[in-house]
Design a protein around this ligand. Structure first.
Ligand code: HEC
Length: 163
């Protein structure tokens, strides 16, 4: 009887510490889409500029970027496509073909702060502008890093094939 009680107490204490431990864990969890399709279980290196300067992004930051994308961009860009204008998708090929190319985090951020037409000659009002009063540089960096990594890794991203 005493043994059972002791075992029960240990069990209780362990459960309690687990529950308490969870409650102080970081708020941002790693999205399975990020670990699986963006192949980011560990920090991954992503291009920041046209010179190819690399910066590490943790799976947590990419997951935060995904959340921002789902909240604010998904309506028009489901699966990396561009519903109002399918010729300008978020595929790596289309990002690369823009003037200037939008295939690094820095140029993607510049685009989102002030969206330009595909040929870079004029501002466009079709996409959603993201001012600093809405998203900080750090948040926008996470959003842009998510978009770029998805364009590089996610199967079917921007190709209109949602399967
Ligand atoms: C109301 C619909 C809409 C929303 C919301 C929207 N976009 Fe767009 N986006 C567009 C359209 C349309 C274009 C093409 C604009 C053009 O070239 O004139 C575009 C273009 C882009 C491009 C350039 C693609 C390329 O190949 O050059 C990027 C990058 C982009 N959007 C990212 C985003 C992100 C990130 C968000 C969320 C903050 C977002 N968009 C929200 C409609 C939208």
């Amino acid at each position: 009887m005493r043994k059972t009680l002791a075992a029960l107490t240990t069990c209780l204490v362990m459960t309690l510490s687990l529950v308490l431990g969870w409650s102080v864990a970081p708020a941002v969890a790693i999205d399975t889409y990020v670990s699986r399709y963006l192949q980011a279980r560990e920090p991954v290196e992503i291009e920041m500029d046209s010179q190819g300067t690399l910066q590490e992004f943790t799976p947590e930051r990419l997951s935060a970027g995904k959340k921002l994308f789902e909240l604010h961009c998904l309506n028009c860009h489901v699966g990396g496509a561009t519903l109002p204008d399918p010729t300008i998708s978020l595929s790596l090929e289309d990002l690369h073909g823009a003037t200037p190319p939008r295939d690094n985090v820095g140029s993607l951020m510049a685009f989102l702060r002030e969206p330009m037409t595909y040929d870079g000659t004029d501002v466009t009002y079709w996409c959603r502008q993201v001012p600093e009063t809405w998203m900080s540089q750090a948040e926008l960096e996470e959003l842009a890093a998510f978009v770029l990594r998805a364009a590089q890794k996610a199967p079917g991203w921007g190709t209109n094939q949602f399967d």
